[in-house]
Write a protein that binds this ligand. Structure first.
Ligand code: C5P
Length: 232
């Protein structure tokens, strides 16, 4: 299981994907299974950390030996993160957070009014939880010294996956960003993953490829190095 590189450390990990309610029975969701986040929780636990997993609609079982908190929507996830992150050494924001939510949630199921018409759903922006945490940390030293973001990126004519990742790391203001390339058949719901870990302090990026637990162990090793660098 490797060295207990996180012995005595407390880590919060968000995993899964949020669901944004439309009415009592419907939601807008995403394809995140929570596999990578659960693997991170296992790897952090195996490295000796006390782990709190904030779970949003996981398709896989929660690992033994970690504390589990449940949240559903992005707003609930924000509340849970702000409640549980204080006093922890690191926060890993692995959950796929919906960028938009329905502007209003109906109290009863949206009905078909006639044979042909369909409702138009207005969306509003959700808060960027990661960016808010980084901002709030400026005046709250209880918030984690190491904040890790995840980015599912695709390259295009304007830039590579790595370039988009570096820009996002700078924009979000977190210490580490784990970038993976996504596409129709890549990453989501799969058992394997290829990632690059980028660091805000400019040290060289690390790469990992393999099963989600193999990749998680690399991320946790890099996280431990980052935490230890911050406290010595
Ligand atoms: O900007 P983008 O959504 O690609 O950033 C992804 C990272 O930001 C992930 O770590 C995700 O958990 C986090 N995030 C967030 N709040 C949002 C959207 C994304 O914390 N509303």
């Amino acid at each position: 299981l490797g060295e207990p590189v996180l012995a005595g450390r407390k880590v919060v990990i968000t995993a899964g994907g949020t669901r944004e309610p439309l009415d009592p029975v419907r939601f807008l969701g995403n394809r995140s299974s929570g596999r990578q986040g659960v693997a991170l929780a296992q790897a952090a636990r195996d490295a000796g950390a006390e782990v709190t997993l904030i779970a949003t609609h996981l398709e896989v079982p929660v690992p033994h030996g970690v504390n589990v908190i449940h949240a559903s929507s992005a707003l609930e996830l924000r509340d849970a993160v702000f409640e549980h992150a204080p006093g922890h050494d690191a926060l890993i924001m692995n959950a796929a957070v919906a960028d938009f939510r329905p502007a209003s949630v109906e109290n009863s199921k949206i009905k078909k009014r006639d044979e042909h018409s369909a409702p138009v759903i207005e969306l509003v922006r959700n808060p960027d939880i990661l960016a808010e945490l980084v901002q709030a940390r400026r005046s709250n030293e209880q918030l984690p010294g190491v904040i890790v973001g995840f980015a599912a990126e695709t390259g295009d004519e304007q830039g590579t996956v790595l370039e988009y990742g570096q820009a996002k790391l700078a924009r979000k203001g977190c210490e580490m960003l784990v970038v993976n390339e996504v596409g129709a058949s890549l990453t989501f719901g799969q058992d394997t993953n290829t990632i690059q870990v980028l660091f805000a302090d400019g040290r060289p990026s690390a790469t990992a490829s393999g099963s989600k637990i193999d990749v998680a162990r690399v991320v946790i090793q890099e996280l431990a190095a980052e935490i230890n660098g911050h406290t010595t």
